[in-house]
Design a protein around this ligand. Structure first.
Ligand SMILES: CC(C)(COP(=O)(O)OP(=O)(O)OC[C@H]1O[C@@H](n2cnc3c(N)ncnc32)[C@H](O)[C@@H]1OP(=O)(O)O)[C@@H](O)C(=O)NCCC(=O)NCCS
Length: 169
């Protein structure tokens, strides 16, 4: 019954469609973890482990992971958020290598922003490598603003992090 649906179901329903190419944005499930891990390992110099991803998806009450799945259910992209009081902190966003540059990053980030708003968050924050101009372009496109730098934030190469911010209210 419509009234029995949770906020999550409504978000799912909003983004899942059989129209067009049958792609769907939904909350990540246990079966998605190996594919998310494979994308994570391919796209990041210091990837999250499969165990950390599993824990955040399955057990962290503050974690929210979305996947964009193709018509076969394969993961094309994912985006993750922590809900911290009134702040949605973006952990990670990635698109499968061969599907980058097709607008999927923008699509899943828009869904993540909707999700954060639906959960009552008042702002969103994130950190991104100073050299990652592509991701910064995506975040700017989605409405994030530059706040400042955390110097030598990333352990592996001592790169600065750009802190970005967006008001949701
Ligand atoms: C960053 C990433 C998520 C973007 O996803 P995507 O699907 O490739 O991006 P989209 O096609 O949706 O493009 C969204 C916006 O990103 C920006 N963008 C995309 N490619 C870009 C490039 N090569 N250079 C600069 N900006 C770029 C543009 O602003 C673009 O919007 P526009 O097309 O309206 O101008 C994706 O490239 C990725 O997975 N990269 C590796 C992982 C990563 O760096 N994640 C971010 C960690 S903080």
């Amino acid at each position: 019954m419509e009234n029995d649906r949770t906020e999550w179901d409504k978000i799912d329903a909003m983004w899942c469609t059989d129209e067009g190419n049958g792609m769907c944005i939904r909350l990540a499930a246990q079966k998605d973890i190996p594919e998310i891990t494979a994308i994570e390992q391919a796209e990041f110099a210091v990837p999250w482990s499969e165990e950390s991803i599993r824990h955040d998806i399955m057990e962290n009450p503050a974690g929210r992971w979305l996947v964009l799945a193709d018509a076969d259910g394969s993961v094309v992209a994912y985006a993750a958020l922590w809900l911290v009081i009134d702040e949605g902190h973006v952990l990670n966003v990635a698109v499968r290598g061969r599907d980058q540059g097709k607008g999927y990053g923008k699509l899943i980030m828009s869904a993540l922003i909707d999700l954060a708003r639906g959960e009552g968050m008042r702002l969103m924050t994130l950190e991104v490598r100073r050299s990652n101009l592509r991701a910064q372009g995506l975040y700017h496109r989605c409405g994030f603003l530059d706040v400042g730098y955390r110097k030598r934030y990333y352990e592996n190469n001592k790169e600065d992090a750009l802190i970005m911010y967006m008001d949701l209210v």
